[in-house]
Unconditional design. Structure first.
Length: 107
């Protein structure tokens, strides 16, 4: 039975975790974890799935590396657009509420 992209993605995410893994090690790690994933399936997925990135140290699963990370961006009051009202001010800087995100998170 052919594996779906979701099956391959889940297997790769499991064996890569929060580290970088060389592509040469992937077949062994997948086999050790009990996944029967062909190299062709891995190659096919990596061509289309942006959740994985190939860095100098190896392949990484980006969502595992960025989970729980937040980014704050300063917005010049004169450049603000899109209906993001200021909620607090400090000299020269405004925090804004993004109403498009669940809960209207403060940035």
């Amino acid at each position: 039975m052919a594996l779906t992209n979701d099956d391959v993605r889940a297997a790769l995410a499991e064996v890569i975790g929060v580290r970088a893994v060389s592509r040469d090690r992937l077949p062994d790690l997948l086999a050790e974890a009990g996944h029967r994933v062909r190299t062709e399936d891995v190659d096919r997925l990596l061509q289309v799935d942006m959740a994985f990135a190939e860095l100098r140290d190896g392949l990484v699963y980006v969502p595992a590396l960025t989970e729980g990370v937040g980014f704050g961006v300063w917005v010049d009051p004169g450049d603000r657009s899109g209906g993001l009202p200021p909620v607090a001010s400090s000299p020269g800087r405004d925090r804004v509420v993004d109403r498009r995100r669940p809960g209207g998170s403060v940035r």
